[in-house]
Design a protein around this ligand. Structure first.
Ligand SMILES: [Ca+2]
Ligand SMILES: [Ca+2]
Ligand SMILES: [Ca+2]
Length: 224
């Protein structure tokens, strides 16, 4: 059957799909032309453009970047953090922040799709030095990255990069506190579990000064 079809095409016209023009999709031969059926997340004639659709998320690699002083962010201002991946607990008394290895970066909800972002750096230099204290983005902004200095304690996370779609107001939709006291002691993903929520801040516990001492994420929805 297959063989038959190929021979037929050779005789009666060229196979427009022969060069596999659909980068992320299936090709449909249409005589002189072709059409691509794109996989989810891609668009364009050849399915070569990535759609930043409301459900788009990417795990951003911070494995090396967060080992040293400097910024680790989502690779796009239009993406917002919904959670973190951490490596194995060092020990209760030495759980260095470089064990934070990845951030989950997700697009805005559909209302703000493809809008440019405006960003601000939130000053957490003192707030993360203190126990029982929240370190938060300015109201209406969502976390996009973290800045750390040279030491490896929790208090060495000094700033949050906080972004919002330009037309997003300086307020949030519904917010809640995701309790991660035990979850964040272990290797794996810790996220805002409810869908459509983004991280806007972290809470340092009453205990020590290590990565596992983040006890809560503040998770908020975008305003609709
Ligand atoms: Ca690392
Ligand atoms: Ca500090
Ligand atoms: Ca903990």
């Amino acid at each position: 059957m297959m063989r038959h079809t190929l021979i037929k095409r050779e005789l009666f016209g060229t196979n427009q799909c022969a060069s596999s023009p659909c980068v992320n999709g299936n090709c449909i031969n249409q005589g002189e032309s072709y059409q691509c059926q794109c996989k989810n997340g891609y668009e364009g004639k050849n399915c070569d453009k990535m759609t930043v659709n409301p459900n788009y998320c990417k795990n951003q690699n911070w494995w090396a970047s967060f080992d040293n002083k400097g910024w680790s962010t989502c690779n796009n201002d239009k993406l917002f953090i919904t959670g973190f991946y951490r490596n194995t607990l060092g020990s209760w008394d030495k759980d260095e922040i470089y064990r934070l290895e990845e951030a989950k970066c997700c697009s805005s909800n559909s209302l703000y799709r493809n809008q440019q972002s405006e960003c601000k750096n939130a000053n957490w230099w003192d707030s993360l030095d203190r126990k029982n204290t929240w370190s938060l983005c300015p109201i209406g902004y969502f976390l996009n990255g973290l800045y750390r200095t040279g030491g490896n304690n929790l208090h060495n996370i000094e700033e949050g990069k906080c972004c919002k779609p330009v037309n997003h107001p300086k307020r949030y939709g519904h917010c809640y506190h995701e309790y991660i006291r035990y979850k964040f002691d272990k290797k794996g993903w810790t996220t805002c579990k409810k869908t459509g929520y983004y991280v806007v801040g972290v809470f340092r516990d009453h205990n020590k000064d290590w990565l596992h001492d983040i006890d809560y994420l503040k998770c908020c929805k975008m305003w609709t």
